[in-house]
Ligand binder design. Structure first.
Ligand SMILES: C[S@@+](CC[C@H](N)C(=O)[O-])C[C@H]1O[C@@H](n2cnc3c(N)ncnc32)[C@H](O)[C@@H]1O
Length: 394
């Protein structure tokens, strides 16, 4: 009988594995220690180049994806829950074709912008023009800081932004309309919009209500004031995005990428030989709602009802059953396009034990299972927990 390496991995006796580029199909994965601490795998490495184009709650670590792609992938990879596109980005730097699916239009936009091929010079020229036009027009807005002029904006936008911030964001949106790299500028716009919300600094992921005056900030441990103005964020993030895209363009290989918007339970997929994915956790995150500002600003369509295991559905017995059935449906759908003998790597926090024996319902064999101690998540969240890495085979 096969013994799984599962409970050996949390041991801290060996040094966590960081020599990612040395992984080959012959590497014995069960010998590797994935329990990185902040010192082993720093935030700047986990968020290298385009991985930090826009914050995203629920992203997995690119280096974990890299290990499994180097080990298993041959030509083409699929991530049926591609989110912000971590698997797809990593695949493109390793010379693999990639297909990603996500139910959220904003996530698809983000993954597409991250993994596009850019004519970097043309992008820089266009970005310079955008910045000049924005600077010129924004000066006029600043002089009239308390005017309105955003009456046509939605109630949400008027509630969550200082009038000046809102007018600057709407101005940027207008300037970028119809440009060659409009999608990339849209992501810059949304990142600036996230920072400019009237949200307390300690609640940027899930703010309850707007702050309208000075407040006790639990992130900076002092009194902070609500954010006035978005222009500084627009400028900063535009320059940062250019730098990140430049770095990624050096690494991106000439491969084919397809980001599909839809429900992974039903969507049609091209052929691939490996899956590396992290499904939503049951009852934890509302993936559309986390980027509400983006949906409101860009007028994107929402498909909340297609989300598997949304936070608003809770984690009751019934919700867990629906969740499990939904995930199985996704993997069954993927199995039709997965090469025989192809591997499926699933990274998931399986607190409710919903993945035990799930491979059987999907028509896969269980090859391995690891438990990874997550002692420092990307960003400033500092929660401690275990996540499972399941390796299945068709
Ligand atoms: C844990 S996140 C994936 C994050 C991704 N690994 C990354 O690094 O960005 C799960 C994703 O599944 C998506 N999702 C939920 N239900 C889905 C469905 N029925 N079809 C496709 N995607 C879905 C969510 O929108 C979310 O982006």
């Amino acid at each position: 009988m096969k013994t799984f390496s599962s409970l050996a991995n949390p041991e801290y006796e060996t040094q966590p594995f960081t020599d990612f580029s040395r992984v080959t199909p012959r590497t014995d994965i069960s010998k590797l220690n994935f329990n990185w601490r902040e010192n082993d795998l720093r935030e700047r490495d986990r968020t290298k180049h385009v991985h930090r184009l826009h914050p995203y709650l629920g992203k997995f670590i690119p280096q974990l994806v890299e290990i499994f792609l180097r080990k298993f992938a041959k030509r083409a990879v699929c991530d049926p829950f591609s989110g912000s596109g971590t698997t797809i980005v990593e695949a493109t730097t390793l010379g693999l074709d990639a297909v990603g699916v996500d139910v959220s239009t904003f996530n698809c936009l983000l993954a597409k912008v991250k993994t596009d091929k850019y004519d970097v010079h043309a992008l820089e020229v266009e970005a310079q023009k955008v910045l000049s036009a924005f600077d010129l027009a924004a000066e006029g807005l600043f002089a009239d800081a308390h005017g309105n002029g955003s009456k046509q904006a939605s109630e949400y936008l008027r509630l969550w932004y200082h009038p000046l911030s809102l007018r600057e964001l709407l101005l940027f949106r207008k300037i970028i309309g119809g440009l060659r790299y409009e999608d990339l500028f849209k992501v810059v716009l949304c990142r600036a919009a996230r920072s400019a919300r009237l949200a307390p600094h300690h609640e940027l992921d899930n703010p309850d209500e707007p702050v309208l005056g000075p407040y006790a900030c639990r992130k900076h441990f002092r009194t902070c004031r609500p954010t006035v103005g978005a222009a500084k964020f627009v400028r900063r993030y535009l320059l940062d995005t250019l730098e990140r895209v430049r770095a990624y363009a050096e690494l991106r290989r000439d491969v084919h990428v397809c980001i599909k918007h839809g429900d992974a339970r039903q969507i049609e997929l091209p052929a691939f030989d490996t899956i590396v994915t992290s499904p939503p956790y049951v009852g934890l995150i509302d993936y559309h709602e986390q980027h509400r500002y983006a949906y409101e600003l860009l007028g994107l369509p929402r498909n909340d009802d297609w989300e598997i295991g949304p936070a608003k559905g809770g984690a009751s017995l019934n919700a867990k059953e629906r969740y499990r059935a939904g995930i199985i449906e996704v993997f069954r759908n993927c199995a039709e396009s997965l090469a025989k003998g192809g591997n499926v790597v699933v990274v998931v926090g399986d607190r409710h034990d919903l993945y035990r024996d799930m491979h059987k319902d999907c028509g896969f064999k269980l090859m391995d299972r690891f438990e990874r101690h997550v002692n420092r998540r990307t960003g400033r969240r500092n929660s401690d927990f275990f996540e499972s890495i399941l390796v299945w085979r068709r």
